[in-house]
Design a protein around this ligand. Structure first.
Ligand code: MN
Length: 267
């Protein structure tokens, strides 16, 4: 006879409410923001006690990861948008990826995403990257995105979070500028001085993200380092206006033309 409790795990197609609850429960230990979630997890209050201070590094990293994409999931209704649900995959190789998505939301911007610790650290760059080392581009940090977002191109329904057309504008691998791997990138991110080298189709060479000391949501500057790839005369966002994967324009993506087939073959 079944003595096991019924489980309700269906993350990938979870409805908005259940996604909220699941994430809230997972993150209940510390960062509960929703009032309903507070109520729900109230009886588990004892788990909140500070005895966990001396946890091993691995335990706290695992805990961090379990709530890593809570904000991403909370903001989206996966019954309405085709964006992927946020999950953190098991760590694989050492190769880290980056992606830049051109996003015609309420305002056009470029979403700049760097893989780190199983998620895509993300910044919204209104004007996009510039190859001119003298140009500093505002980069507003937004919630971490799942790595599976790196293949998302299409349309987010109007009225949903981030509603509008998303183009895969560039993608590739990247690494710490000093060769120090993920540890160096993590340090740089925490310090607010993140130096890296991009190996993309359109973006290459050394770049830096510098965090500004301003209250509120973290604002950074995306700046090209002076190296052989720097080029003050190259207006890359002006020259490259189609998908790096499907070669579609924003209009073609919005119209859903030629997409699915071409682009699934590219994974
Ligand atoms: Mn965006």
């Amino acid at each position: 006879m079944a003595t096991t409790r019924k489980r309700t795990v269906k993350r990938p197609v979870a409805k908005k409410t259940s996604a909220v609850e699941t994430d809230a429960r997972k993150s209940a230990k510390k960062s509960v923001t929703k009032k309903s979630a507070v109520k729900k997890s109230g009886r588990k209050k004892s788990a909140t006690r500070k005895s966990a201070t001396k946890k091993s590094a691995t335990t706290s990293l695992a805990a961090k990861k379990s709530r890593a994409l809570a904000e991403y999931n909370r903001k989206r209704d996966f019954t309405r948008t085709k964006e992927p649900a946020g999950m953190v995959p098991k760590a694989t190789g050492k190769t880290l990826h980056f992606v830049v998505q051109k996003h015609a939301a309420s305002r056009l911007h470029y979403d700049f995403r760097l893989e780190l610790d199983g998620v895509m650290k993300s910044w919204a760059v209104p004007k996009g990257p510039s190859y001119d080392p003298k140009v500093r581009r505002l980069a507003m940090e937004v919630e971490d995105h799942p790595i599976s977002y790196n293949t998302f191109e299409g349309t987010i329904p109007a009225g949903e979070y981030g509603g509008g057309t998303v183009m895969l504008w560039d993608r590739g691998t990247y690494e710490a500028e000093d060769g120090g791997g993920a540890a160096s990138l993590r340090r740089g991110y925490e310090k607010g001085d993140l130096k890296f080298v991009l190996h993309g189709t359109r973006l290459r060479g050394a770049w830096v993200l510098v965090r500004m000391n301003r209250p509120g949501r973290a604002q950074w500057l995306l700046i090209k380092h002076r190296d052989a790839t720097a080029d003050p005369d190259l207006d890359v966002t002006e020259e490259e206006t189609t998908s790096v994967v499907t070669d579609r324009t924003m209009d073609e993506i919005a119209a859903g033309r030629g997409g699915a087939k071409v682009w699934r073959s590219n994974r």
